[in-house]
Design a protein around this ligand. Structure first.
Ligand SMILES: [Zn+2]
Length: 84
């Protein structure tokens, strides 16, 4: 990741709001949650929260740290086993 990319990375709250605007909805996936046990934030060593987002066809997974830290990463998530 370059410094330029990092500087342009939106705050998690902003990105999350943009996803919601695009029709994505959060979902809970215990399997994905269990896969990230032990992962810590590269910046503050805190434990990030797993957030799944899906629009029904595309599923995205995110690890979002505390708002005070603001670090987050996104990755393609496995399809949720069931939607609410
Ligand atoms: Zn952090």
């Amino acid at each position: 990741m370059t410094l330029e990319q990092f500087r342009n990375k939106p705050a998690w709250e902003v990105y999350e709001a943009a996803l919601l605007d695009r029709g994505f909805a959060p979902y809970w996936d215990p399997d994905a949650e269990s896969n990230i046990v032990g992962i810590t934030c590269c910046r503050c060593r805190g434990v990030p929260s797993y957030v799944g987002m899906t629009d029904g066809t595309t599923s995205l997974g995110f690890l979002a740290c505390r708002p005070e830290c603001g670090e987050w990463i996104g990755f393609p998530a496995p399809a949720p086993s069931r939607l609410p």
